[in-house]
Design a protein around this ligand. Structure first.
Ligand code: BGP
Length: 467
């Protein structure tokens, strides 16, 4: 079996990670601007200067036969204060980008929210505040109408669980709060409500395109084959995966999901009582999703854990420094025989296969899946324009093999996007954690194809992996 002719091979980006020009051209502030400045490690400028380099990047897509790109719109480039006043310069910028995409035969797959709520709304609680839900829906409606002739593939949110956990449990995203599980739960629920409202607005607007949401779905396995570890893996799965999958496909939470979520909220001094009216809206939207975007990088092996919360994020690439232990849930373990990246992400393609098949089985109403991100963070070496990133080629090849197997076992997967198209800025790791098919020299902003770009072109041309 080869990948079908209509299978989409793309490259992924996100506004804040590639555009640069974070405080110019009328763009409103996002929480990241101050958060990163306070950390003093790195900033979202210049990133990969996509704001100016997009013709170069799209020309590279064309040359390397990459026919799709994931782009996100920076909400605060369009609504600098989140709502109300429109910044025409920002609106025009995305028209130029989309036109350039089509000129190069590259289909844009557009995300409305990729970690960058405008600061005005973020300050008021971000998605813990229903005001943000309403503001997001207005922003989404504006984009559907404004770009209806240029965009056919929409995603509301990028990664609902990572937003919640990184903002309120790991503390690596602004506002940098740690171990507040009730806040994480509520923010996921309100993001899913905002997603539902945007999907309904899209369908009621009778736009010809398609719409869905992107979840980061990391497969959770028990560390050892015993009841305690099985329960730990199950709990982490419910919190990180099943909660948002239920919300997406069922528009409500199953008893199993609710029991665990309520117990976790209570254990952490909170509660979770979703409003019945909100659930009605989510239920109405659930069958309207055209596809699921699945970001998949790694899996976790979980051991039962009863100690205190203890998380250390490896944001420097010092292998072996990561710790993730959550009270009453579990501890993520390294596992003998399973390789990791320098940032301690477990390389386990079987996890991608298992997650796709799980969605197919547990949510048979899903219509299609796109792998919207997969790729390997790596400390690339630049040798006079030559970048040998063999481990990345190997990583992508292994995951594409797993994907092929899922397709041949009946899963409807329509496309795959490498994270990232070119090197971009990494939120909590900065500029030395590179993912691109194209090397970005962040000083000159010149691009250089890595070995993986040539490898990917071969896959696209052959519509097959290296066996
Ligand atoms: C996903 C995000 C991307 C990207 C990627 C790699 O969660 O959607 O924006 O950053 O992960 O993550 P990192 O940059 O932390 O290595």
């Amino acid at each position: 079996m080869k990948f079908p002719q209509d299978f989409v091979f793309g490259g992924a980006t996100a506004a804040y990670q590639c555009e640069g020009e974070t405080r110019t051209h009328g763009k409103g502030k996002v929480a990241w601007d101050d958060f990163l400045a306070a950390q003093g490690r790195f900033s979202g400028d210049p990133a990969s200067d996509f704001y100016h380099q997009y013709p170069v990047d799209l020309d590279l897509c064309r040359k390397f036969h990459i026919k799709a790109i994931r782009i996100s719109i920076a909400w605060s480039r369009i609504f600098p204060e989140g709502v109300g006043r429109i910044n025409q310069e920002g609106v025009d910028f995305y028209h130029r980008v989309f036109r350039e995409c089509h000129k190069n035969g590259v289909e844009p797959y557009v995300t409305l929210h990729h970690f960058d709520t405008p600061d005005t709304l973020h300050k008021k609680g971000d998605f813990l505040n229903k005001e943000t839900v309403e503001a997001f829906v207005q922003y989404a409606k504006f984009c559907f109408e404004e770009y209806k002739d240029e965009v056919s593939y929409w995603f509301t949110f990028n990664e609902v669980w990572p937003v919640a956990t990184n903002q309120y449990i790991e503390g690596t995203f602004p506002p940098g709060i740690k171990y507040d599980i009730p806040k994480a739960i509520l923010s996921m629920h309100y993001m899913m409500l905002a997603h539902a409202k945007a999907v309904i607005a899209f369908k009621e607007g009778h736009y010809s395109g398609k719409i869905g949401v992107i979840h980061s779905l990391e497969t959770k396995y028990p560390y050892e084959d015993n009841d305690a570890d099985r329960e730990a893996a199950k709990k982490e799965d419910i919190l990180a995966n099943q909660f948002v999958l239920d919300a997406t496909f069922l528009g409500e939470y199953t008893d199993e999901t609710l029991t665990t979520i309520k117990a976790l909220a209570a254990l952490n001094g909170g509660s979770f009582d979703p409003d019945a009216k909100d659930l009605e809206i989510m239920k109405k939207a659930a069958p309207l999703n055209d596809y699921l975007g699945m970001n998949h990088y790694q899996s976790h092996f979980i051991k039962a854990y009863d100690g205190e919360n203890d998380i250390h994020h490896n944001g420097t690439g010092e292998k072996g420094t990561n710790r993730f232990r959550l009270k009453g849930i579990g501890e993520r373990m390294f596992k003998e025989g399973i390789e990791t990246t320098d940032w301690d992400w477990l390389i386990y393609p079987q996890g991608m296969y298992d997650m796709i098949m799980r969605v197919k089985k547990q949510y048979p109403m899903y219509k299609a899946i796109y792998i919207t991100e997969n790729g390997m963070g790596y400390k690339d070496t630049f040798d006079d324009g030559f970048i040998d990133d063999a481990p990345r080629c190997d990583y992508i090849n292994k995951h594409l093999k797993a994907l092929k197997k899922a397709i041949s076992d009946g899963a409807n997967v329509k496309g795959y996007f490498v994270w990232s198209l070119m090197d971009v800025f990494s939120w909590s790791n900065g500029y030395n954690k590179r993912y691109g098919l194209f090397y970005a020299d962040f000083n000159t902003q010149k691009r250089y194809p890595k070995c993986s770009a040539y490898y990917y072109k071969m896959v696209i041309d052959n519509r097959d992996v290296i066996e």
